[in-house]
Design a protein around this ligand. Structure first.
Ligand SMILES: *Cc1c(COP(=O)(O)O)cnc(C)c1O
Length: 365
């Protein structure tokens, strides 16, 4: 099956069936993990920093799910660094106040080096985002935002940019890690490049660091620049990690369905809990942030008291995770000190609630 045949199939079906070897008698069902650093001369690819058949299988699946051309990277940060290479020296990047704290770190690092200037804007204010893009080179969006769960009207922003700046609009990059391509496809809203930390939902088992970009079919120029960047700067994934992520993606639709059902149920119960002051949930997906009464000490105590929920950073795995985001120095000060980010996994929801409720109740008041 080719990706083209696959377009008519549902996303879950494509996640399962694309990226496999041609179905010939005796062919393996799964793409082989190709461990090689070089290739015999005169083929399409010479050297493995430029290409690998295991990457291509995953790129076929991710490209189909997001509706563009995918490039895999060694990590989400490696993929984001590639998009920053689209900013000319001294250029301008616009980003919402709340994005993944590594993105905040990367922007700050580049700004200190004199490579770019950043403008930060309120994530939900379409008019302010469009205004801030005057003369900008890249608009880096993330929706829902980590960890505040704000939703940006990406389609509205792109429409505003086209109306206001026409051809001179910035390249629109959208980090789709929290939503996954099953919940939203920013390229269909006019974004140019989608970012994934595939470490999270796509891999889904907290066992691989991985990144990806998916580029709009209308921007082959960007695809070429980003591909060249990957080859020249070398943020390439290993074939084994690639296989793990491809295997994870096969069940993305099943995992996400359960995570979202669990999250909805937990949100309803958390909203009634006296210790919980605010629940932030965008209405879909498995990510929930809560703000708790009683200050930093209580917030930390809740994380320490859970037994089933894993007190750890990261998200999108089959196991549920909890953490206080402000424990990270890079997290911006507008994220409340008492905000706990929950990555709801695929366990039984009653077990998850029992553990969380016990931790909320047991913590000091
Ligand atoms: C984790 C994360 C990243 C960074 O990805 P790595 O795979 O850890 O390098 C980027 N964006 C978001 C939204 C993330 O959650």
């Amino acid at each position: 099956m080719t990706p083209h045949d696959g377009e008519a199939l549902a996303p879950g079906t494509r996640a399962v069936s694309l990226g496999r070897p041609a179905r010939e008698p005796g062919a393996p069902v799964n793409v082989p993990v190709t461990f090689t650093s070089t290739y015999a001369a005169d083929g399409a690819v010479d050297y493995a920093r430029d290409g690998n058949p295991t990457w291509e299988a995953l790129e076929e699946v991710l490209g189909s799910l997001e509706g563009g051309d995918a490039l895999v990277f060694a990590s989400g940060m490696g993929a984001i660094a590639a998009t920053m290479s689209l900013v000319p020296v001294g250029g301008v990047v616009v980003a919402p106040t709340h994005v993944y704290n590594g993105t905040t770190g990367q922007l700050a690092d580049r700004e200190v080096a004199g490579a770019l200037t950043q403008r930060r804007v309120a994530p939900e204010d379409v008019a302010a985002i469009v205004d801030a893009c005057e003369g900008a080179d890249v608009l880096h969006l993330e929706s829902p935002s980590n960890p505040m769960m704000e939703v940006t009207d990406v389609a509205g922003v792109v429409r505003g940019l086209v109306e206001r700046y026409g051809e001179d609009r910035p390249v629109v990059v959208c980090d789709n890690t929290f939503a996954t391509p099953l919940a939203q496809q920013p390229l269909t809203w006019g974004a140019d490049v989608v970012v994934h930390s595939a470490t999270k939902y796509l891999a889904g088992h907290s066992d691989a660091l991985f990144g990806a970009l998916v580029v709009s079919g209308e921007r082959p120029d960007l695809l070429e620049r980003l591909h060249t960047h990957r080859t020249l700067y070398g943020a390439i994934p290993g074939p084994m990690e690639t296989f793990l992520v491809l295997r994870g993606v096969r069940t993305l639709h099943l995992r996400l369905e359960r995570a979202e059902a669990n999250a909805r149920e937990l949100v309803a119960r958390l909203e009634e809990h006296p210790v919980v002051q605010r629940v932030r949930y965008p209405g879909f997906g498995g990510m929930v942030s809560i703000e708790v009464a009683g200050g930093v000490e209580r917030a930390e105590a809740i994380c320490a008291a859970t037994r089933l929920w894993v007190h750890s950073t990261s998200l999108g795995g089959v196991e549920s995770q909890i953490e206080r985001r402000r424990r990270h120095a890079l997290e911006v000060e507008t994220v409340p000190e008492t905000l706990l980010r929950l990555s709801v996994g695929v366990e039984d929801v009653e077990d998850l609630w029992a553990d969380l409720a016990r931790a909320l109740d047991a913590s000091p008041r």
